[in-house]
Design a protein around this ligand. Sequence first.
Ligand code: GDP
Ligand code: MG
Length: 437
Amino acid sequence: LSEKLSAAFKRLRSKGKLTEPDIKAAMREVRMALLEADVNYKVAKEFIARVTERSVGAEVMESLTPAQQVIKIVSEELTALMGSESRGIHINSKPPTVVMMCGLQGSGKTTHSAKIARYFIKQGHRPLLVACDIYRPAAIDQLKVVGEKAGAPVFELGTEQPEVIARRAYAHARDHGNDLVILDTAGRLHVDEELMAELGRIKEAVPVDETLLVIDAMVGQDAVNVAASFNEKVGVDGVVLTKLDGDTRGGAALSVRAVTGKPIKFAGVGEKLDDLEVFHPDRMASRILGMGDVMTLIEKAQETQDEKKAQEAAKRLLENKFDMNDLLDQIAQMKKMGGAAAMMSMLPGGAKVSESDLEGSDKMFKRMEAIIQSMTPAERAKPALIDPKRKRRIAAGSGTRVEDVNRILRQYEQMNKLMKQMKKRPKGGRRRLGGMF
Ligand code: GDP
Ligand code: MG
């Protein structure tokens, strides 16, 4: 989608002043792009009408940079379409807060129950995960596995009725000081009455504060229908949009909110437990517009980066003591951030990076690590020691070629040079992007 939109905007950018036909032509392309992204037809039509109305008129015509103004309007309207502001979950002042995860099979309920638990653990809460999917024995085990990874206890009563499990879990949470109860419920392949009735009984059994509908972004247009029926039959407070990492079109994010009126609260962006973001409509809008989600990237970098290590590395750099051990640390930090693939997809224009490029860069980091690990402590501390003979040994030890070793030494040199230049700049600029990358 962003590629199409960029093309449409490029045409606008190349013109000095906007005319009404210009806007109309651009809007035709925006509409095509939206429909191709699997955005609901009605949503796209209304969207175009709103943007056109705002664009054709004094607001744009009098502006000095009309093209920029149109982009701003499109961006604002995209943001509004997705719900304007970001919100997570409201935590009750009187615990526990009960969150019920619901959705179709495979949408990501179990995974996101654990992701949300982890998210709140990081903020000092004590969530309890509850296994209400009683139909497959593997479902309870799966929740236990991800619960353990997240560091959250899991409450289960085998194949007892889901509403009974929910009620007992609620009491258990109160008795054990869990201020958040996350109910992982069963899904079906399609929306069906039995499932809806079951979710209804759970809601009667415990005071559910947030019913979160988990939607797989990759199902596109269908997501809207799913959301509409769940909302009608069970009542939904918000949406968790999962697998956004695999959805290049972004259509579901645009339509779900517009059709159901329910905000998207969280976005799932990968299989790992840390791959969860509070959904920011403005950021999603700029992502769709191809501007990249630089804010999210920076936030993620700050969250994951071990501040102390980063500061140490920075200090050593300034003193020209940055060595291969520091580089190894930096690579480890990169991996924690979800690797090069996750980072690059968040950079402006990142959407155009191909799958194989990303795989290639992840491989590159693994190779870099192997090479550094094959260096002796002395070599790591003083890379200048590494002569051709040592290079051959390191290459053999790490299963790489001498040219790979050369490349990493060159990169190390370049970084050192770069850092010497940065020394002259005001501090802060370097650390904000997660150390040196
Ligand atoms: P449930 O049936 O609704 O409980 O779905 P699960 O939580 O078991 O998830 C189904 C599959 O989707 C699993 O293989 C997950 O690893 C995968 N998955 C869940 N969320 C995401 C996500 O945000 N991104 C990606 N790439 N995969 C996800
Ligand atoms: Mg499940």
